[in-house]
Design a protein around this ligand. Structure first.
Ligand code: HEM
Length: 529
């Protein structure tokens, strides 16, 4: 029996295999009764619901595993969903374990979810990660609609991620990008190959920690040794745990058993994170003791802003810890990955590098690095990033939405509490909306009004509607500045397309599986670096 099941799972998705392994490692006395109970509940649910409802088409569902085995051999969920959508259409119904899920794969359906029925689909599904790593869903990304969500989104848009506040950190971004360029120039002048990914993953998180906590915590130049090391280690564990497939989220009957021990690990990590960030908050309280209400601090960081609001707006320390970590996780790898994918595509299309450098030489000249004020004068650079976002949205499935009530999409019924995935990756490659969709061609944006702000539903790297990414302005500022300077400061090698491995690693952010390691040559006079 086990052999047959294993053979069947060999052709199925990793998560289904993982489930089998967990069950194999757990004594049968534990999982058999659970499994039988789940089968009975599921069969009952499936029969009664599918009789009454006109659900969207989809691959059908197995007991317990749901549609997971139908995800097939594709290596990443967005590709697996896209392959299924070619068979079942732009709105599909699946079961992720026992949770009903809707997958939307074209611009028209995305508009239905994110604009026409935005309020119906603006909840988030329950996830253990939200409870523990999201500090009781205090992180906005895990919070469903309600007073907490509205309060923090308002604080984000007015005080933390507003255009004005983002602009106030311009100097930090320019310093961090300059430091990255300097490092790369030093290493490349010695003829070494350089790990560009690694440098982006130091520069971007430092940008974020300087804005949030007022200090660098990544790389050799981090401000404080042991404290920074513990912080980095906890953040690594957070990123790993956030993307683990937690059975209890998909098969609620298994939740109380925590078969993989993930919830236990999350609880421990939550305590660790709380301890570290609480120290940072306390440091700010000490520093701000003499500051009076209304005083303007030159180097005011995000913790300072929250502490100021704490009195007026009843923001708890738990919320401050949660949002500080959310901004760091949300803002670090995502923008780095956008730049990394843009560079990977450019290396396969050298003529685009030449064109971008011509633009940079004309607008900036060769005697200085690029500053943020220059970006609006660089339309081809902007087109490169749009094209990279179209082909490689850093969050290819966005974050899952959940339906707050039963509704309809076209003729199909959507049950309450369905989890909704928006396949942003498939939408960016839809041949109905894009000519030669698989081709990297920034020129397609040259005389186009399409933007990244969520108004054009065929291009949605930041999604749209009330859940649209609140960090978009900041992300775009960081990504444009970093890409512009990397292209301006260095000669990039001319490589063949097949020499650049474009394999993806799916996670909270989908990054290159292998780091981008290349030989660079400084192209500006030495004094510029
Ligand atoms: C290139 C960089 C980035 C991309 C592509 C990106 C993309 C996204 C996407 C697709 C979502 C989900 C929207 C939805 O649920 O429909 C999201 C949510 C979110 N992003 Fe970003 N993001 C980026 C950078 C940032 C930055 C810099 C921050 C903050 C510093 C940030 C903070 C957030 C937060 C807090 C949410 C949750 C919003 C909510 O649930 O209401 N992101 N982002």
């Amino acid at each position: 029996m086990a052999d047959v099941l294993q053979a069947w799972l060999n052709s199925a998705d990793m998560k289904a295999k993982e489930l089998f392994n967990i069950m194999a490692a757990t004594s049968w006395q534990t999982w058999l009764p659970i499994a039988l109970a789940s089968v009975m509940v599921l069969v009952h649910l499936f029969r009664t619901r599918s009789k009454k409802l006109n659900l969207p088409p989809g691959p059908g569902a197995w007991p317990i595993l749901g549609s997971l085995p139908s995800l097939g051999a594709e290596k990443t969920p967005h590709r697996a969903f896209a392959a299924l959508a070619r068979r079942y259409g732009p709105v599909m119904h699946l079961r992720m374990g026992s949770v009903p899920a809707i997958v939307v794969s074209n611009a028209q359906m995305a508009e239905e979810i994110l604009r026409n029925q935005d309020s119906v689909f603006a909840n988030r599904p329950y996830m253990a990660a939200g409870k523990y790593l999201g500090f009781n869903n205090n992180m906005v990304a895990f919070a469903s609609m309600g007073p907490h969500f509205s309060k923090i989104r308002k604080i984000y848009s007015l005080h933390i991620l507003s255009a004005q506040k983002v602009q106030s950190f311009k100097g930090v971004r320019e310093e961090e990008v300059r430091a990255m360029v300097k490092f790369l120039a030093k290493d490349s002048a010695q003829g070494k190959e350089v790990n560009v990914t690694n440098k982006l993953l130091i520069m971007n998180p430092n940008n974020m920690t300087r804005m949030i906590f007022g200090k660098r915590l990544f790389g050799d130049e981090s401000d404080s040794g042991a404290e920074a090391a513990e912080f980095r280690s906890a953040m690594r564990d957070t990123t790993e745990l956030l993307v683990q497939f937690n059975l209890g989220d998909y098969i609620p009957a298994l939740k109380p058993f925590d078969l993989q021990g993930i919830e236990r690990k999350m609880k421990n990590l939550q305590r660790r994170l709380e301890k570290i960030v609480q120290v940072f908050i306390q440091e700010h309280r000490e520093r701000n003791k003499g500051v009076r209400k209304g005083d303007v601090k030159e180097d005011e960081d995000i913790i300072d802003v929250f502490l100021k609001l704490q009195g007026e707006d009843a923001v708890s320390d738990e919320t401050i810890i949660a949002v500080a970590l959310e901004l760091l996780v949300g803002g670090s790898e995502s923008s780095a990955s956008a730049v990394e994918w843009a560079l990977s595509e450019l290396l396969r299309h050298h003529h685009c590098i030449v064109k971008a450098q011509q633009e940079l030489d004309t607008v900036i000249g060769k005697n200085r690095l690029v500053e943020e004020a220059d970006i609006p004068k660089l339309p081809y650079l902007q087109a490169i990033l749009k094209e990279a976002f179209r082909l490689h949205p850093p969050g290819p499935l966005g974050l899952p939405h959940a339906s707050f009530q039963a509704t309809k999409i076209g003729k199909y019924d959507i049950p309450t509490n369905s989890t909704v995935y928006l396949n942003l990756w498939a939408i960016g490659r839809d041949p109905e909306n894009w000519q030669n969709p698989e081709e990297f061609s920034p020129d397609r944006f040259e005389n186009s009004k399409l933007n990244l702000f969520g108004q054009d539903f065929q291009l949605l790297p930041f999604a749209s509607g009330r859940r649209r990414c609140p960090g978009m302005n900041l992300a775009l500022a960081m990504a444009h500045l970093a890409l512009a300077n990397l292209l301006h400061a260095f000669e990039w090698p001319q490589l063949k397309a097949e020499e650049i491995d474009m394999t993806e690693r799916f996670g909270g952010v989908t990054v290159r599986a292998a780091p981008l390691i290349v030989s660079l040559k400084p192209r500006l006079p030495e004094f510029v670096y």
